[in-house]
Design a protein around this ligand. Sequence first.
Ligand SMILES: C[S@@+](CC[C@H](N)C(=O)[O-])C[C@H]1O[C@@H](n2cnc3c(N)ncnc32)[C@H](O)[C@@H]1O
Length: 256
Amino acid sequence: MKQILIVGIGAGNPEHMTVQAINALNRADVLFIPTKGEAKSQLAVIRRDICDRYVTRADGRVVEFAVPVRQTTGRSYDQSVDDWHAAIAQSYQRLLLEELAPDQTGAFLVWGDPMLYDSTIRIVERVRALGTVDFDYSVIPGITSVQALTASHRIPLNLVGKPVQITTGRRLAESFPGLAETAVVMLDGEQAFMAIDDPEAFIYWGAYLGTPQEIVLSGRVIEVRDEILKTRAEARARHGWIMDVYLVRKGADFDA
Ligand SMILES: C[S@@+](CC[C@H](N)C(=O)[O-])C[C@H]1O[C@@H](n2cnc3c(N)ncnc32)[C@H](O)[C@@H]1O
């Protein structure tokens, strides 16, 4: 039976690769690398660099594939994501049928960890449900951008005994002013932190974490938000793309 490995490759630094992830790549006959268009081609470069550094078997094959673009016009957010996943499932199905021989193993290199704001697992399940390819799969964890962020800022994720919320910019904007003690915000295309007016709130922001372009800024939100906005816009213009994540929190350890 064909085998699929969904391998977390870390959030940008090739040294995030775990021994388990390296061994998984070396078990794979075919390595599937998504390409995301010109602007984000650096992500494909990092994936290729990981393969060059760590894959020692000589007969491993790399197959690059284009990820379908999400269509948003005339549909709700949920419908748009569902349609997008269906299109990616079709593309995965084709890869498994055409690029993997029976009894071969293929690996998908997933940014960060596959469980965090990533749909590879659910899309692979969708392909299974189509019933056209017989395969099994396993998941290998990776270092997330959340870990890269907290490590760069040298902070613990949670306050002592307190919860953490992981959310998106869109959701953070909706849930104001009910900020949890700690919220980690990913996929924020609208810079939702600009709407935080609470003088007690702190922000720990990071872009291109783990890469040579890494930028981190932190401080009281109302004091540093303009600087983050400006830095983010300049970096985005310079590189043509950006990936950033941030942690916002109120309170302190041992607060009542
Ligand atoms: C589709 S999610 C994937 C998350 C990934 N699975 C993980 O474990 O971190 C992409 C979002 O993760 C965050 N992200 C991923 N890598 C990052 C990095 N190196 N620096 C800053 N943010 C990053 C950004 O918020 C980005 O919009």
